[in-house]
Design a protein around this ligand. Structure first.
Ligand code: PLP
Length: 456
């Protein structure tokens, strides 16, 4: 990097999330300067189609005057207030009301945090507090899934079922357990039907609960579609079977809607797509179209009543962030939800998502480098495979996913490779059909170039 350039200063001073800093010192950053619609522009003036909406989050793309206006108007009126000890303010009240009105199952109350990780940490503490409040202090173990992604704070990272989030951090914390990942393509047994696979997953969960002791298991966390773990769509019937087990042993169901919430799967909530009946819902990302950070935890009445009774039985709920329900991101979230209603986000995703799924399958399902194309609504993955018939992955040392990301850049695409060389597609929800076509065409060029490289 040229001395004193933005790249050189980045290398000198910035510590980046999920980054190999030795490689970063050598290659430098990609510096994004501006955004418009579904595209962003870098410091050399090159424009890219954003195929993952940043981090699955910029649902309304990278420009929106109404959200700018909502934020600035709120900053002028009341730039900060909080919700501690019965204080409140208008954006907190209105956003709570709007979320409860849009909940997929009857929900009672909303708590705000700043990130998906904080929302999931909060949900764990709610479950623990709730069980203490109702006199079941030993019912506190939490089960999540291998390849699930729930964040990086110490409790949320414990829920996350990816090895790099645990090793070297003394995680998971005590009492957090992981059950199998319901990816039929990868883990279905020889000759097993999808239904039998789903039954096996539920039986495994039940065996785990029985082995641990049902009186000690309190909660189950799941993303309706696993995102960072590989865009894994549960097999048909999976959640119905899982929920039957949870009900049998009185285990609270937490739906992590951080990626799926607000239309991504072609319904307003991922839980609706898969018939999940959660007791607690966490959401973030598209809640504010990611213009400002905010997350939320919704609880049903049963959980709320326990929390409310807790003050008298075990002492007041000792949890909350300075910025819980911050008025400025809350105002942006209110405006975001209004925009979703006006644009009929669900109808839009159903229409454009159907085209996106069909186009990705038509273009890549038979490609020699591709093992599986999967997805629903406007979330998908194209998983590379070294041997299509054997479904075997590439040797990670070949870094096929990372190479494809690099090739994509040359074709004006920002791509995201997940572990196992699955390329994720989760574009801004405002993407239109012609932009989907452009995305698929450009990706095809990059993939063909990778195929040429792979033969060498
Ligand atoms: N849950 C899911 C499903 C996510 O995809 C993420 C982040 O990608 C998180 C939780 C964590 O959110 P955050 O990065 O805002 O802490």
């Amino acid at each position: 990097a040229a001395p004193n350039s933005a790249a050189a200063r980045d290398i000198a001073y910035a510590l980046h999330p999920y980054t190999d800093h030795r490689a970063h010192e050598k290659n430098g950053p990609m510096i994004i300067i501006s955004g418009k619609g579904v595209r962003v522009t870098d410091d050399a003036g090159r424009e890219y189609l954003e195929t993952v909406a940043g981090l699955w989050c910029a649902s309304l793309g990278f420009s929106n005057e109404r959200l700018v206006e909502a934020a600035t108007a709120q900053m002028r009126k009341l730039p900060f207030y909080h919700g501690f000890t019965s204080r409140s303010h208008e954006p907190l009240i209105e956003l709570s009301e709007m979320l409860i009105a849009r909940a997929p199952v009857p929900m009672s109350k909303v708590f705000f945090a700043n990130s998906g990780s904080e929302a999931n940490d909060t949900a764990i503490k709610m479950i623990w507090y709730y069980n203490n409040a109702i006199g079941r202090p030993n019912k506190k173990k939490i089960i999540s899934r291998i390849k699930g992604y729930h964040g990086v704070t110490l409790a949320a990272a414990s829920l996350t079922g990816l090895p790099n989030n645990h090793k070297l951090f003394d995680l998971p914390i005590a009492g957090v357990l992981h059950t199998s990942c319901p990816h039929f393509y990868r883990f279905g047994a020889e000759g097993e039907t999808e239904d039998a696979f789903a039954t096996r997953m539920a039986d495994e969960l039940e065996a785990m609960i029985l082995a641990e002791g049902p009186d000690t298991v309190a909660g189950f966390f799941a993303e309706p579609v696993m995102g960072a773990g590989g865009v894994i769509i549960p097999p048909r019937g999976y959640f119905a079977k899982i929920q039957a087990v949870l009900r049998k042993y009185d285990v609270l169901m937490v739906a992590d809607e951080v990626i799926c919430g607000f239309g991504r799967t072609g319904e307003y909530w991922g839980t609706q797509t898969f018939g999940v009946q959660p007791d607690i819902i966490t959401c973030a990302k598209a809640l504010s179209a990611s213009f400002l950070p905010i997350s939320a935890v919704m609880v049903n009445d049963r959980v709320f009543q326990g929390l409310a009774d807790g003050s008298a039985s075990v002492g007041t709920w000792g949890h909350g962030f300075t910025y819980s329900g911050h008025p400025v991101p809350a105002a942006v979230a209110i405006e975001t939800l209004k925009i979703y209603d006006e644009m009929d986000i669900v109808g839009h995703v159903k229409r454009v998502g159907a085209h996106m799924q069909a186009s990705l399958r038509a273009a890549f399902a038979d490609h020699p480098l591709v093992g599986e194309v999967r997805g629903i609504g406007m979330i998908a993955a194209v998983e590379l495979s070294a041997d299509k018939a054997a479904r075997s992955p590439f040797d990670p040392a070949r870094k096929m996913g990372a190479r494809l990301v690099k090739l994509g850049e040359a074709h004006g695409l920002i791509l995201r490779a997940l572990p196992g060389d699955a390329i994720a597609f989760s574009p801004p929800l405002i993407m239109e059909i012609d932009e989907v076509d452009e995305m698929v065409e450009r990706f095809g060029h990059a993939l063909d170039e990778l195929a040429v490289q792979a033969r060498r």
